[in-house]
Design a protein around this ligand. Sequence first.
Ligand code: NAD
Ligand code: UDP
Length: 320
Amino acid sequence: MDKNNLTRERVLVTGGSGFIGSHLCDALVRRDKSVLSMDNGISGQMKNLSQLLSHRNFEHIQHDLTLPFEIDANEVYNLACPASPKHYQKDAIATVRTNVLGTLNLLENSKRQLGCKTLQASTSEIYGDPEIHPQTEDYKGNVDPTGPRACYDEGKRCAETLFFDYHRSFEIEIKVARIFNTYGPRMRLDDGRVVSNFIRQALDGQDIQVYGNGQQTRSFCHVDDLVEGLISLMDAPSHVIGPINLGRPIEFTILELADIILTKISGPSKIVFAPLPEDDPKQRKPDITRAKEYLGWEPEIALEDGLEDTIAYFKSEYFK
Ligand code: NAD
Ligand code: UDP
């Protein structure tokens, strides 16, 4: 075992047992980094890390980001926070606490160390229900600060503020990624977001529940593409701090997504309509000019292709 190999670059990933975090840990270990995952388990799943637990360059600790900590690392990726509305609204105050208090603890830990690069997994929710389309990073957003999504949206906005204030005040090297809707294997079966719900409903032969009239749009990015984007941002020169949109700039209506999933999973399911949740954004599509220019990054995996391994994962979880 080589758990404390100090010659290797050490990377801390908060939210490491989550959907994106676990794929990021895989990719970093493949790049020969020494990875420490930190998670409180609120929406993560330890099975996401089972392939890494015996790896000599990987460690996982159970820790809540809202409690102070001291961990030396060359790079820190802050992914801790439930991402699905169902999960982040379950305990809205904990969501705010993680984004504000947790981010403060994270940045205090980075401040102690010279040259610790720190990346924030921010979100397209910064833009709220956007009035400009596609969304560029200089758009200031249209967020309802009192609505049911505010714990996440405003929490993430405050986290960005903290990142930029720590950068200005203490010259911490920061990176801020604004991630758009991401899907792929290891999403929880009870994740509650649209891709996982539709796949589950189709596998169950139940009707596909489209909220509202289904004309609202989202732009879906496969997790493998997203992880490449996050690492490219971390590796970018120090002046590239963001915010930078990471997403696939191809828009689908929710009805179109339902049709694609129904063609891939044949069965008795048909589309039915259910009420639109409060505060639901009407459209979302990233402008990724900055990501292309500064990172040389753009997603490669089409939705129709990326859904293949996602559906295969759900089938394997379902029928085991
Ligand atoms: P996820 O819920 O699967 O993962 C989040 C992880 O953070 C979980 O393992 C959870 O247990 C952990 N966590 C939550 N609060 C914590 C705390 N206080 N201390 C320690 N760990 C804590 O979500 P995900 O989809 O993997 O998202 C990862 C990050 O990316 C989140 O910060 C999310 O806001 C951001 N993001 C995701 C998407 C997306 O489409 N998945 C889009 C935009 C932004
Ligand atoms: N949605 C839906 N049926 C579902 C889950 C979600 O029609 O079972 C819709 C939801 O109203 C929203 C879109 O799909 O317009 C994306 O929702 P999701 O929760 O996946 O992500 P977010 O709203 O955070 O982008």
